[in-house]
Write a protein that binds this ligand. Structure first.
Ligand code: RIB
Length: 283
């Protein structure tokens, strides 16, 4: 049963509403919420901490039944206060083992490992990781998995970093510019991107500047959004079960709402799956 004195609404706070990853997640959330007669209020934090805090305050004031959130920062005292004051929260696409909230995510450390192992198996030794900021726990986990795989490869395998201010298409373009400034003799021959938007921006910049993918630079993205397969050079990507993530997160929240006051701690972790396409095929 829904909690009395609260609206028939759940809040969904996403990092970047222009990222198809989140629209697919939102579709799964909305389907589960609608099946329970609830409305979803969508908030776009745009990876901005103060804006996220404003939205969390608004949702609490609006007495929503619960909140699904992909937080800007893993360390999030404002979110802790919201939870402590009694609003159920489920972390979406963000791992935690904290005992007063639920979470649904993909094992991003494994996902990063799968991407790097694939590029190493293709013969690449100078691999770059493109993404940021590292304060986003998913980015840090993917980076950590890739770094572990490269370290285990030993020999002359090396991982360098193309830090980006965000996970947007534009950031991918800028990462491409950075890559082109590297001395060709030392330039990475493969780039693992923290998500598909970055990879698509990078692909556009590299091809616009005359480099060939995968022959000059191989690319692997993350999420496997629909546009990955449709890219000018079909993009290899680590697949996340996007609608399923949203559906399971909403169902966990609905169960917690139904259970009454106690905060539950169910942590669901999906396996990532590497989908290999032309952008990282052996040249
Ligand atoms: O927006 C942040 C990224 O983290 C998304 O592309 C998705 O990969 C999420 O996990």
């Amino acid at each position: 049963a829904l909690r009395s004195g609260r609206t028939r609404t759940m809040g969904l706070v996403v990092l970047d509403v222009t990222n198809p990853f989140f629209t697919d997640v939102a579709k799964g959330v909305e389907a589960a919420a609608d099946a329970s007669g609830m409305i979803v209020t969508l908030c776009n934090s745009d990876q901005d901490g103060p804006r996220e805090r404003r939205y969390l305050d608004h949702l609490e004031e609006q007495r929503v039944q619960g909140i699904l959130i992909t937080p800007v920062e893993a360390r999030n005292p404002h979110l802790e206060q919201i939870i402590d004051r009694g609003t159920p929260v489920v972390l979406l696409d963000c791992r935690t083992r904290k005992r007063n909230r639920c979470s649904v995510a993909v094992d991003d450390v494994l996902g990063g490992r799968l991407a790097a192992e694939h590029l190493l198996a293709q013969g690449h030794r100078r691999v770059a990781f493109a993404g940021g900021p590292r304060s986003i726990s998913q980015v840090a986990d993917r980076r950590r998995g890739a770094a572990a795989a490269v370290a285990e490869a030993g020999g002359e395998a090396a991982l360098t970093f193309l830090e980006t201010p965000s996970l947007s298409f534009t950031s991918g373009r800028h990462a491409g510019e950075q890559l082109l400034e590297t001395d060709p003799a030392r330039r990475p021959t493969a780039v693992f991107c923290a998500n598909d938007l970055l990879a698509l921006g990078l692909l556009q910049e590299l091809t616009a500047r005359g480099l060939r993918v995968p022959d000059d630079v191989a690319l692997v993205g993350y999420d496997d959004i629909d546009y990955a397969a449709a890219a000018a050079v079909p993009l290899s990507s680590v697949r996340q079960p996007r609608e399923e993530l949203g559906k399971v997160a909403a169902e966990l929240l609905l169960e917690e709402i139904d259970e009454g006051e106690s905060h539950r701690h169910r942590h669901v972790l999906f396996e990532p799956e590497l989908v290999v396409r032309a952008s990282s095929a052996r040249p």
